[in-house]
Design a protein around this ligand. Structure first.
Ligand code: ADP
Length: 488
């Protein structure tokens, strides 16, 4: 198949978070499976051009209508990790993509509506049309709307759109002027069955448009697909999702095994694999020395996380207290998303910095994240909600046993050592349901006791996790099934 990926991020050239990694990993896998894959991105001024090979003008340029003007754009082409990428570079006083940042501007809906229109202008101008346009999150949500409302009649008849929901917390709510700006008819589209926002019918909701107009809608785990249909995790879009539920399914993300692999990881003290697990113990010693923790016969509990409400702030702070009270060592690496959270963890840090069993590192540190994976025994992920989650899967690859809340992708990838009906070889961690300190203790307590009392069983859980296939191979095949279904 010929697949065009459209998103606001693509790692490593334009990455803010997991979205960039997911589009990168999936694109490479689909190409590996024999498909023709390309990516279209804005040419941000912050783009890592040093990581783009052979950047050159792609065609003579395109012209994109915006507020009744025709804005000229250059289109450049280059390769990133073997994937062909097109970069759209508008020449206009708006300086849409010359803001030093990818998101966070007050005119984000307008900037990305412009980008969505530019993508279709580019596809229309080329000789060959893709089979599938795969769009991601609210920034590209107008692509399917524009395709069916405008571009099909202009001759773009071949592609079908699959839209993936990575995070419903951001939906692209804006005034209807955004539609007018890119040549859509607000009168026709601001109805409750189309783009009128569920919370404010005077506003438009771009993500809702994608759910209504795309041929397939996916999210990043089967459990989260159910959650957004049936619980308040749909964040107001439940009704629209219910109406279009026949188009919805969940496909779990993969892990980039070139980045997360204890057998080749350049950041860790000693590489190891399932057949050389004792190597992990040397990483534990190295981590302790690096962070100034005591060499003691204790389980090492870890947290590597954004410190955000989504990640379960009160349970993360309780993890520190409970681990210490249970005779463990605890390492927490995290960066806070709000001042009150930063303050809370700075307080805990101040209180515990003298301890030989506890270290909080507040900030973002990729190398330390890898070293913690290599050195830790238990990784705690008590999220309030978690569409997919990467950390539980990377932890497993490093032989770290995850203790997670039973939500979203966590529930789809972690199988409880005591309470799962899965085969023994698939048991790989501990789950809890209640978002309370007691809930957390019910799972973390079991993990700690197993480490202390039944080390051989604990070792088996590590190995089960390490043997689990968390690559992009299976998700790649599942996306192909979705694409084939909508092209049939
Ligand atoms: P989300 O994308 O919601 O933050 P995920 O679990 O999907 O959560 O992915 C988070 C990724 O970011 C993981 O690879 C994790 O190791 C990494 N990470 C999170 N916080 C930090 C930090 N403070 N320093 C380094 N890496 C971090």
């Amino acid at each position: 198949m010929y697949i065009t990926m459209v998103g606001a991020e693509f790692a490593p050239v334009a990455k803010v978070g997991g979205l960039g990694d997911a589009i990168h990993g999936l694109s490479r896998e689909l190409a590996r499976q024999g498909n023709e894959v390309e990516v279209i991105l804005p040419k941000y001024d912050s783009l890592r051009l040093d990581l783009v090979e052979d950047l050159h003008p792609a065609l003579e340029g395109i012209s994109v209508p915006f507020y009744g003007q025709e804005l000229p754009c250059d289109v450049e082409c280059g390769h990133v990790d073997g994937i062909r990428c097109f970069f759209i570079d508008p020449h206009s006083e708006h300086e849409f993509f010359n803001r030093g940042v990818i998101y966070g501007e007050t005119d984000d809906p307008g900037r990305f509506a412009f980008f969505s229109r530019a993508v279709l202008e580019l596809l229309l101008k080329r000789d060959k049309q893709p089979d599938i346009i795969h769009c991601h999150d609210w920034q590209t949500a107008l692509v399917p709307v524009l395709l069916w409302e405008v571009f099909e009649a202009l001759g773009l008849t071949h592609p079908r759109v699959c839209h993936t929901l990575h995070n419903l917390a951001h939906q692209g709510v804006a005034g209807d002027y955004v539609l007018r700006a890119v040549g859509l008819d607000p009168g026709r589209l601001t109805t409750s069955d189309r783009l009128a926002d569920w919370g404010n019918p005077q506003a438009i909701n771009l993500l809702k448009g994608a759910i209504v107009y795309a041929s397939a809608v996916t999210t990043v785990s089967p459990r989260h697909a159910w959650e957004i249909l049936s619980t308040d995790q749909g964040m107001g879009l439940q009704e629209t999702l219910q109406t279009h539920r026949h188009k919805l399914c969940g496909v779990i993300n993969g892990v980039d095994e070139e980045v997360w692999n204890p057998q080749t990881d350049p950041h860790i003290f000693q590489t190891y694999g399932p057949d050389s697990l004792p190597g992990k113990f040397r990483d534990k010693l190295a981590l302790r020395r690096h962070l100034g923790l005591a060499d003691a016969e204790k389980p090492l509990v870890a947290v590597v996380s954004r410190l955000d409400r989504q990640k379960g702030i009160e349970l993360l702070s309780h993890t520190v207290n409970y681990s210490l009270a249970s005779g463990c060592q605890i390492v927490l690496l995290g960066s806070a998303s709000e001042p009150w959270i930063d303050e809370l963890f700075r307080d805990i840090k101040q209180r515990t910095d003298g301890s030989a069993d506890c270290r909080l590192v507040l900030g973002y540190d990729e190398e330390l994240a890898h070293q913690i994976h290599a050195g830790a025994d238990i990784m705690v992920i008590p999220s309030l909600y978690e569409p997919c989650g990467l950390t539980q899967m990377s932890a497993m690859k490093y032989g770290v046993v995850p203790v997670v809340r039973q939500v979203g992708g966590l529930a789809d990838t972690v199988f409880d050592a005591n309470h799962s009906d899965k085969a023994f070889e698939e048991l790989n961690g501990f789950l809890f349901e209640d978002f309370t300190t007691k809930g957390l203790e019910s799972a973390l307590g079991r993990a700690i006791r197993l480490w202390l009392k039944y080390p051989e069983y604990f070792r088996q859980l590590r190995l089960n996790g390490m043997h689990r296939d968390v690559s992009w191979a299976k998700p790649g095949r599942q996306y192909m099934d979705v694409f084939k279904r909508i092209k049939a």
